[in-house]
Design a protein around this ligand. Structure first.
Ligand SMILES: Cc1cc2nc3c(=O)[nH]c(=O)nc-3n(C[C@H](O)[C@H](O)[C@H](O)COP(=O)(O)OP(=O)(O)OC[C@H]3O[C@@H](n4cnc5c(N)ncnc54)[C@H](O)[C@@H]3O)c2cc1C
Ligand SMILES: *[C@@H]1O[C@H](CO)[C@@H](O)[C@H](O)[C@H]1NC(C)=O
Ligand SMILES: *[C@@H]1O[C@H](CO)[C@@H](O)[C@H](O)[C@H]1NC(C)=O
Length: 394
């Protein structure tokens, strides 16, 4: 099948790109390995998740959230927003298509994409002038290789497999990682009657969602170096000194850190009061596991029934994108720094790799669609005057 643009991934990034291209009347298809759109949100997030950021920072291009939607939209609200988005902009993702390889033809004119139709087990071939990678930076959950982890007698899993705390009542559960997922899962476990603890490596800023919201609103008018100290002062008034509870704060302020490294502040949904009250323990990083004992970097040893690894994700684009050495680095993340991260050579683009959440996705999708429109117009013009036969397929 030949089409102008192939988009890989039907998460928010792929859907936003398809919508923007449709508005420009540029033919495109979206290939998605799972049987639904936004599989991360539909299948691989816990039940209680809400958007961590206010709704005006999470909308995709050309469609704000409805006025009656709550400021912090819950999972189901976000999914129905995405369903409406798909029908409003007439995107029609091809589901059950796992893209297994994509490479540029020898004459560098076209992208050749192979996708496994996982219902029929037949390899399908697509040919496109432009290829948009929208497979996300959370394509695969990462569990660290801890010494002795294979000896652990309890159950352990990545945060993307955690749904709710029902089966952990009265169990001692260690949540590893104090990012948004880790803190929220620890809170969820604790509220479900588990004895939840956190293991924290490195430094982290913790904000309330109101403070994050205030910070992001102020940033529209003021620079980080003014907003950060205001937010940190209010944070200290709210939580006290987090170091007293085993949480070290980074030297750089939360929004500056986000801008330079992509590391988000953690937005507390209720774990902090439990930590302060002593109902939830905070441990440093794990140094090894021995049976059901976990040994921490400070020498402390404790027993746990289960561990949940909220230790992040990685991009898997290099598993299928071949012979491309310009857009992505060895981690499958953009080589160029924001805001120059989204365009490669020969009609290759990425959307959703800026580590700037849904707002970043929205911006990338518009940039990419506008660029494709410009390139496509040029190409259509030159092709009209170019009579040499095209030998595109290698
Ligand atoms: C737990 C969690 C909470 C978050 N909360 C927020 C928030 O509140 N606000 C915010 O702005 N951001 C948030 N983010 C960050 C980001 O906005 C979301 O992760 C968002 O879903 C990313 O969209 P995406 O389309 O780039 O990637 P994804 O949603 O991961 O979509 C990528 C799609 O590509 C598909 N795919 C992958 N490989 C292939 C292949 N080889 N072939 C075919 N299809 C493939 C996947 O199945 C998936 O459906 C959160 C992230 C996580 C993990
Ligand atoms: C898979 O291939 C079959 C046969 O070509 C086709 O009818 C179907 O739509 C394809 N996709 C899925 C998701 O089954
Ligand atoms: C909670 O778990 C920790 C770690 O296993 C344990 O030391 C502690 O005694 C437990 N607390 C309760 C109340 O069971």
């Amino acid at each position: 099948m030949e089409v102008v643009v192939v988009i890989v991934g039907a998460g928010p990034a792929g859907l936003a790109t398809s919508a923007c291209l449709n508005l420009h009347s540029i033919p495109n298809i979206v290939l998605e390995r799972e049987d639904c759109s936004a599989s991360l949100w539909r299948k691989h997030t816990y039940d209680r998740i809400k958007l961590h950021l206010g709704k005006q920072f999470c909308a995709l291009p050309h469609m704000p959230f409805p006025p009656h939607a709550p400021t912090f939209v819950p999972k189901n609200g976000f999914l129905s927003y995405l369903d409406n988005y798909i029908s409003k902009f007439n995107s029609n993702p091809f589901y059950n298509r796992n893209v297994e390889s994509a490479f540029c033809s020898k004459d560098k004119q076209k992208w050749l994409v192979q996708a496994m139709n996982t219902t029929t087990n037949v390899l399908e071939h697509y040919v496109a002038q432009f290829l948009v990678v929208a497979t996300g930076d959370n394509s695969l959950g990462v569990v660290p290789r801890l010494p002795g982890l294979e000896t652990f007698r309890g159950e352990y899993m990545h945060s993307s497999q955690y749904k709710n705390g029902r089966k952990y009542i009265n169990q001692d559960v260690l949540v590893v990682g104090a990012g948004n997922s880790g803190m929220e899962i620890a809170y969820d476990l604790s509220s479900s009657g588990a004895n939840a603890s956190l293991s924290v490596r490195g430094k982290v800023h913790v904000l309330t969602k109101e403070l994050a919201y205030l910070g992001m609103s102020l940033l529209q008018y003021l620079p980080c170096k003014i907003v950060d100290p205001i937010i940190l002062m209010l944070q200290r008034l709210h939580f006290g000194d987090l170091a007293n509870y085993g949480l070290q704060q980074p030297e750089n302020g939360p929004f500056y850190l986000k801008a330079i490294t992509g590391q988000s502040p953690t937005i507390d949904v209720g774990a902090m009061p439990k930590i302060k009250a002593g109902d939830m323990r905070v441990y440093p990083e794990i140094s090894k596991v021995e049976g059901n004992k976990v040994v921490f970097a400070n020498g402390k040893v404790d027993q746990f029934d289960a561990m949940i690894f909220a230790t992040g994700y990685k991009s898997t684009v290099l598993n299928w994108l071949k012979h491309e050495d310009n857009l992505f680095n060895n981690d499958g993340m953009p080589q160029q720094k924001f805001p120059n991260h989204w365009k490669g050579e020969k009609g290759l683009y990425c959307v959703g790799f800026a580590q700037r959440g849904l707002a970043g996705i929205s911006k990338d999708a518009q940039n990419v669609a506008d660029d494709i429109r410009r390139m496509w117009k040029e190409k259509v013009m030159t092709d009209q005057f170019d009579n040499t036969p095209k030998l595109c397929y290698s």
